[in-house]
Design a protein around this ligand. Structure first.
Ligand code: FAD
Length: 815
């Protein structure tokens, strides 16, 4: 039995102890710097000690919704008479603006996808549920009856007791000051006066997570932030709403969100608790923590700054007029973690075996996160899609202190905002761009952002190409961060050619005598092919789920270039390198890439190119070194848009020259500069998948419709598991019946009135004249079937089509 040691007995650490012991792990020790007195309710002084515990389950991420659903159900089962770990009072989110009202119906769609009951309410119904609301201000609401209040200390205590009954040991007043290591593995921790030996250490230190990370040279990108919470004095109107029926007088009214003003509310007996996210971001200087807070007893509570709370109080008196006769009491600036993308931090240290992290987790998601990481630690692979939670998901540029600080602070500011799915980040812009950036700015590029990279979404200089006769759905939401120029660029690519900046596509060099066998053991297709071959293959996890899709070009006997999906792929390859004589080098920042695609691509490139570009010499899925306009390049005859052409790679220093010469030559064939938004349209028309959306580890290659990328002959990671794994879903292409129908992604898909899946990607196609989408649905859905997709409060009919809508035979791409 491995020895597990958990740092932190907050709601995450204690849930994890419960989950590990549930899985049969008997040697589990939990340490906390705060007190852990047996027989009392646990209050260690961390965030969980005073979290008001609102659990709103619905989230745009299915994974996060799933964490919350599990937490609510698990905590409800821990309830004892008089001590509720979960009080299912329901959740009510109200709208005071038309935009929020629309957002609530979008959110209802997410709830449907996750299987969370949620109903849109009229203003009168909102007030009937929460009589303190001012009827005149509310335009409508979303009611989720299974939402409620988690009693974090009660849940911690119950889970601790159960874990102890299964053999776990909890020790309080132990500050971990060192993580002990030997030969690249963790062997224990040291506190002020004791050493605890362990094979696996899991840091569940909440907002102390970055400090714990520093002990092991690990950047844990989270920022402790102050967040205001206060109560009112007793309110007469609440006395009628105390809940004797539940045997728990604390709260009977639903938890309430008034997100248009960054506010939330819960009942505490005859008082109302008010949480506020509208104040300035208050990042916490951890070096001054114990001096600034109530010291060791409650280090997570900073003194209340009432001036920051004034707008919240004014708005609360407007929204809940009955509070006007009360005063604000018990206010504090509580501390908890914010992260660059709002997701939690889960996973194992890349260089220190056995050191794990489960941090930046809300009470709402705590038990779900604990269950998932317990499975991951004990089985070696997560059983759900965790790519949005994985500690390894950030590029180095995203781990820099300024990036972490600014994006996390912005996460605080936007926590209740309505965020468009295409909305580019507003902070930490212009931190990385391709060498053509200046040219793109001059051409009127509108930039969106992918990780650290500025990427043209479309070019305003192409506005004259917009054809007024091309019909597209008119919809204010769908047209945000979008332009009809996107369609013009897509059409010009299919008709003539487009130049695409593909620099942000991450790429690696894998070199060394073992390179071919190393890659072959991980990839679903063998790469042991002649120099110059390019292969599209998948990385599977140990359960046979799709971890990534990559292109691999063999550039020399011991030299491969991989186009990958992101930092998680680098992490995966490095973790599996053990013993193999290979070097893995990220060459993304030192090189650039231009995609030249379209029927006239050869006419454009060939006159500048040192090698023969005919099919016979550089055919489809072939790579070659060449010179273009005097610049040394690597050319890969592949395309994510489904047209003839190449990904052309060069050193950064030559990038601007290459761009200029290609752009100049492009004029003679009518080529356009084209952005990522056109690319997305074209790849959907061609049936190409996008990892993280259309495929994740939750899907097998067949389920994702890319079974063709799995070879039969060689052995690779995940092969056996794949053979055993049943088919539980399928990715289908659907086409809107109505030319005015639009969806963007994430919406529920229904058949015969029942939700059967969700949209993974979508775009309006100018070539099909309809919105096309990929839907992840139950496996019995077949070509020709009709489905309905809900977009806000509208319902659109779609027909399941053949997977590829444009050039299914691939004639165009083969030239
Ligand atoms: P913690 O509860 O902070 O536990 C971490 C533990 O690690 C602590 O007990 C600490 O003592 C221990 N520790 C740290 N360093 C060491 C060390 N070196 N050695 C030993 N032990 C160590 N979430 C919701 O879901 N809903 C809400 O309504 C909500 N409202 C909130 C309101 C406020 C005012 C605040 C502050 C937070 C709120 N949150 C809410 C967030 C939520 O409280 C936290 O995200 C959650 O409690 C974090 O749990 P945790 O177990 O990770 O951290």
């Amino acid at each position: 039995q491995p020895r597990y040691l958990i740092i932190g007995a907050g709601v995450v650490g204690s849930s994890l102890a419960d989950e590990l012991t549930e899985l049969g792990c008997t040697n589990v020790t939990v340490l906390d710097r705060g007190p852990l007195t047996p027989g009392t309710t646990v209050m260690t002084g961390g965030s969980s000690s005073h979290a008001p515990g609102l659990v709103f389950q619905t989230n745009g991420s299915r994974t996060m919704s799933g964490f919350a659903q599990y937490t609510a159900q698990k905590f409800a089962a821990l309830n004892q008479p008089g001590t509720l770990a979960f009080n299912a009072v329901g959740g009510l989110e109200v709208a005071t603006t038309p935009q929020r009202l629309a957002e609530l119906s979008r959110k209802q769609g997410w709830a449907k996808v996750a299987g969370i009951p949620a109903e849109l309410l009229t203003p009168a119904e909102c007030v009937a549920l929460h009589p303190l609301l001012d009827r005149g201000l509310v335009l409508g609401g979303l009611h989720t009856p299974t939402d409620g209040l988690a009693g974090a200390p009660a849940a911690i205590t119950a889970q601790m007791d159960r874990a102890i009954s299964r053999g776990a040991v909890f020790v309080g007043d132990q500050v971990v000051v060192e993580v002990l290591q030997r030969g690249g593995s963790v062997v224990g921790v040291r506190t002020a006066d004791r050493v605890f030996h362990a094979d696996v250490v899991i840091s569940c230190a909440g907002f102390w997570g970055a400090q714990l990370g520093e002990l092991v040279n690990l950047v844990v990108p989270l920022v402790p932030m102050g967040h205001q919470y206060a109560k009112t004095t007793a309110i007469e109107a609440l006395s009628a709403h105390r809940d004797a029926g539940r045997g728990h007088a604390d709260a009977a009214l639903p938890i309430l969100r008034h997100q248009d003003a960054d506010l939330y509310y819960r009942q505490h007996g005859d008082q109302i608790g008010i949480g506020y996210y509208g104040h300035r971001p208050m990042p916490v200087d951890m070096n001054r923590l114990y001096a600034a807070t109530a010291a060791e007893t409650m280090p997570s509570m900073l003194p209340f700054t009432s001036e920051d709370f004034d707008p919240a109080w004014t708005e609360t008196m407007r929204m809940l007029p009955d509070v006007a006769s009360a005063q604000v009491v018990d206010g504090f600036n509580g501390i908890f973690s914010f992260t660059p993308d709002g997701g939690p931090m889960m996973g194992e240290h890349p260089d220190l075996d056995g050191f794990w992290v489960a941090e930046a987790v809300w009470v709402t998601h705590s038990a779900g996160v604990a269950k998932a990481i317990a499975h991951w630690i004990t089985q070696g692979t997560p059983d759900i899609d965790l790519h949005g939670c994985d500690l390894g998901r950030f590029a180095d540029a995203q781990l820099q202190p300024d990036y972490v600080a600014d994006t996390s602070a912005q996460g605080f500011v936007e926590v209740y905002d309505i965020i468009h799915p295409r909305e580019p980040r507003s902070v930490q812009r212009d931190i990385a761009a391709s060498p053509f950036h200046g040219r793109q700015v001059a051409a009127g590029a509108v930039f969106h952002v992918g990780r650290q990279w500025e990427r043209p979404a479309w070019y305003e200089s192409n506005a004259p190409l917009v054809d007024a006769h091309v019909h597209y759905p008119v919809d204010a939401w769908a047209e945000r961060h979008w332009s009809p120029i996107v369609l013009a660029e897509a059409m010009a690519t299919r008709e003539r050619a487009g130049l695409y900046d593909m620099t942000s596509l991450m790429r690696l060099e894998v070199k060394g005598p073992d390179a071919a066998t190393f890659l072959g053991g991980l990839l679903t297709r063998t790469v042991d092919r002649p120099v110059g071959a390019v292969v599209y293959a998948l990385l599977l996890d140990a359960r046979g789920g799709v971890r990534s899709d990559v292109t691999v070009a063999r550039l020399g006997d011991n030299h491969f270039q991989l186009g990958i999906n992101g930092p998680l792929d680098i992490d995966w390859l490095r973790r599996h390198r053990r013993g193999d004589e290979v070097t893995i080098t990220d060459i993304t920042s030192s090189t650039c890439c231009i995609g030249v695609w379209g029927p006239r691509a050869r006419d454009l490139v060939a006159p500048l190119c040192s090698i023969d570009l005919r099919d016979e010499t550089l055919g489809y899925y072939k790579a070659a070194k060449a010179r273009i306009a005097g610049v040394d390049v690597t050319m890969l005859r592949i395309s994510y848009v489904g047209e003839l052409g190449w990904e052309i790679y060069a050193d950064n220093t030559d990038g601007a020259t290459l761009w200029d010469r290609l752009a100049e030559a492009g004029k003679s064939v009518g080529a356009v500069l084209a952005g990522r938004s056109a690319l997305d349209v074209l790849r959907l028309e061609k049936g190409y998948r996008s990892w993280g959306h259309d495929m994740t580890t939750e899907m097998t290659p067949d389920e994702a419709g890319i079974g063709f990328a799995v070879g039969k002959k060689h052995e690779f990671l995940g092969k056996e598991a794949l053979a055993q794994r049943p088919t539980t879903c399928v990715l289908q292409t659907v086409v809107a019946v109505d030319p005015d129908a639009i969806v963007l992604g994430g919406e529920p898909v229904a058949a015969d009135g029942a939700v059967i899946g969700h949209v993974t990607s979508a775009a309006f196609s100018p070539h099909v004249g309809r919105t096309i989408a990929y839907v992840r649905v139950s496996p019995d859905v077949a070509v020709g079937d009709k489905v309905t997709i809900e977009y806000f409060n509208r319902r659109f009919d779609f027909t399941v089509s053949e997977p590829v809508l444009v050039d299914p035979a691939g004639d165009r791409i083969k030239g």
